[in-house]
Design a protein around this ligand. Sequence first.
Ligand code: MSK
Length: 658
Amino acid sequence: MAEKRTIDPAVIEILEKAEAEGISTAFDRAETTRPCPIGHDGNCCKHCFMGPCRLTGKTTVGICGATLETIQARNLARSIAAGAAAHSDHGRDMAHTLIAAAIGEAPDYRIKDEKKLRGVAKHLDVETEGRTKEEIAIEVGKKALAEFGRQEGELLYVRRAPPKRQELWRKLGITPRGIDREIVETLHRTHAGTDQDPEHILIHSLRTALGDGWGGSMLSTDISDILFGTPVPVAARSNFGILREDSVNVVVHGHEPTLSEMIVVAAGDPELNEYAKSKGAKGINLVGICCTANEILMRQGIPVIGNFLSQELAIVTGAIDAMVVDIQCVMQGIQAASEHFHTKIITTSPKAMITGATHIEFDEHRALEIAKQIIKAAIDNFPNRKKEKVHIPDVVDHLVAGFSHEYIAYMQGGVYRESFRPLNDAVIQGRIRGGAGVVGCNNPRVPQDDAHIEIVKELIRNDVLVLTTGCNAIACAKQGLLTPEVMDYAGPGLREICQTIGVPPVLHVGSCVDNSRILTILTQMVTEGGLGDDISDLPAVGIAPEWMSEKALSIGTYFVASGVYTIFGIGSPVAGSEEITRMISQGWEEKVGGKLEFEPDWRKIVEKALAHIDAKRAALKLEEYSPTRYTRSTAYFPGDYTSVEEFKQGSYTRSLIS
Ligand code: MSK
C-alpha cells in the first residue's frame, strides 16, 4: 500500500507506477530486508577477523574480551567519525576551490560575497587591510586547509562559540585540535585492542563531532557563501510537478555546490538551449534532489523535486534525461532503476562512481566546460525518452527558502541595526516559546515525511520557531510549510512575531553542512543577551525525525557537545546497551549540558521537546509560557483538535496542510 509508505501524494502515484512496472525501490527493499536484530541494536563487533562477534544470549563478551559497552561505544564512535569525515571532506574541497578561484586556476568561479570573505578572514586571523579580495581568499583558503591538518592547539573557529562553552570544552579536554586528527584518532582508538573504556571512547566522539560542526561543516558553509553568495529569501517550487514533458529534465543530486552551481550556469546557456530545441525539446529544465538541491535552491531558487527517498522515484517518472550525482546520499539503486528507462546516470566526483553509470569527472579548473558537456549528454539523451513511459504527477508546492544566519540578523533590524534583539525579546516575553532545529534524512523504515511534518506542525502550533535543513526542509517544502500562508497555523505569539518581521515560522537555513548555521544562530542568541550565557541555557532543541546516515549522528553529537538536547526518531543504534544509552543521554548532559536520545514516537518527541523548552525557560526565570496570553480566540489549536489533551490522546488527524 503506497499510502502507508509516504504522505507525499506524488510519491504515492509514482510508487504505484513502479509497482505496476515491476521496478524495485528502497521502499520495497525496506520491506523485504529485515534489519539484523543484533547489528540493529549495536551488539555486533566486526572490527577484527577473530569475529564478527555477536553478543547475544550467553555470549556477553567478544573473543578479545571486549564488553558489550565497549563494542557499542566503538560502533557509535566510528559512525560519528564517518559522518564527520563526509562533511569535512566536502569542506576541504570547498577550500581547494576557493584557492583555485582566487589564483585564477578555476576561472569559472569568482568571489561573490566579499563582505562574507572579510568576515571569515577575521575569524581565521587573516589580514584584510589593503589587500585585494583574491589575496585575502588565497590566505583564507590556505588557513582553512590548515585547520583540517592542524596537529596541535585548537581549531580557530572554536572562538566563535560562546566563551563559557569554550571554557567547558577546554576543561573537559574536548576542544578539537584538528578536523582530520580527531577523525583519525577515533579510528585508532576503536581499532582492536586500543581504547577499551566506553566512556573514554565516547568523550572523544564529542571532540570529533565538534571538529565537524565548528570546523569542517562551518568552513564548508562559509566558503560556499563566499563563492556562490550568502543566501537571502527566494521563492521557488517543489515536488514532481516541476518536471516538464516538453523539456530536457536534468536532476542534480548529492551535496557539493561546486558542481551544481556550474550546472545551473550551463543549463541557462543560450547555445545549449538552442541545441535542446534542435532535438525537439522546448528547453532545459534543471531540478534538484537532496542537499545539492538545497544548495542551489537557497541561492538560485532552482526547484527541488524531492528528498532522499524520492531519488529512485524521480527516474520512475520516465521523464529524467540525466541524473547528475556527486557525493553522499546517492543510492546505488538509481542505476538499476535507470535501466528500465532511457535515463542516464552521470557520476562526477573522483571519489564516487557507480558501476554501469556514465562517469564524466568534474574538475573545478574546467568547471563550465564539463558542466556543458554534462548538459549536452542530457540533451542528446532526450530523443531516447519514450512518451508512453512518462508519467509526471501534477503536484507542485510553493516555498520560500534562503534564510542564512546573516539574513536572519538583517531581517531583525536592517543593515545598520541588525541584531537578534527582537527574537530574544520574543522568547523572553513568551511570545515565542523556544526554538527547534528540525533536520535530517528520510528512512524507509517509517512513512516518508510523516514524522518530519507532524513534528514541525506541532512545534509551530506551540509557538516554537523552527529552523530546518536537509531532507526535513524538503519535506516541509513539499507540504507547503515554507510559505507565509502557513502562518495561520502557527501559535498566536509566534505568528505575531513572524508577521512583524515578515518571515514564515519555519525557516529553511540550508543543506546538511549548513546545520553549522544553526550553531551560529544559537551563539548569536546567547551573545545578544537575556537568555543565559551559554547555548545550553537556551530554550532550544534539535530533532532528526527520520535519520539514517552517519552524518546525522555526527550532527546530533556536535549539537549535544554544543549544549543542545537532541532527539532522533526511528530508533537507537545503541539500543542493546542501557549503559551506553545512559552515557550519551544523562552522562553527556552532566558533562556538556546537551544529551542525545532516540525516540521512535513523534508525539513523544514533541512532548519531550516542549517539556525541555519549558524547563529551560523556568531555569532562566522567564515567564511561564502561556498559549492563550497573546490571543483572544481558540486559534492555538486550529484544525481537528482543540486541546493539548486531545493531542496527547492521539486523536489528531492531518488537517493543517491538506
Ligand atoms: S541529503 S544526509 S538524506 S538530510 Fe543531505 Fe538528506 Fe540526510 Fe542525505
